[in-house]
Design a binder for this molecule. Sequence first.
Ligand code: AMP
Length: 206
Amino acid sequence: MPYDINRKDELNIGLFCASRPSNDPTYVKAAYEFGQAVAKRGWGLVYGGGDKGLMGAAADGALDAGGKVIGVIPDFLLGKEGDRNDLTEKHVLASLNERKELIASRSAAFVTMPGGVGTIDELTEVWTWNVLGRHDKPVGIYNVNGYFDKLIEFINHMVGLELTGAHYMNAIRVANNAEGLLDALIPAEVAGEIMNRQNRDKIINE
Ligand code: AMP
């Protein structure tokens, strides 16, 4: 079945972040706590499936808090990013594109935390697709320690030169705390609606 980026029947956060730990432990700690924060809300986490870096820490945080974690990894990365068996769901796919599509279709909103070039690729894809009207799922940046300040400055530089539209900045939420960002991306009434759909589908399928 093809992936449907517009499906809205699960309360999962799609998380993009580094597959490396950084030499500053602040980032891994923030990722672990972010995973916990998502799980404590009763929401699921969808991510790249590995056990390394911020990615692994976020999954650990969510699992340790009793949450649902969906990992999506291409087979050629199992050796490099981790072949873990403690996830609620693990999807091993053939390509990076399939991974991004499945993460997108299973997420109600997207959060990007500090990461490398791969993370920036994932962020810009869901962000541009939102602006281009391919989906209307909210996109947020969790700006731990001001990590993304220079990126935001650069985007504003593009806007200033009219090389990109000002509406790009309107299409993204930037916050320096996890709870505030999650509240802004999925307000309580929206979370309630998705939860009702999720429970209704569960009853129908039982
Ligand atoms: P990084 O931020 O570079 O540590 O990468 C974060 C995640 O993005 C990792 O799981 C990488 O495998 C993945 N990644 C790297 N490059 C790409 C790309 N071009 N498209 C999709 N995912 C990527």
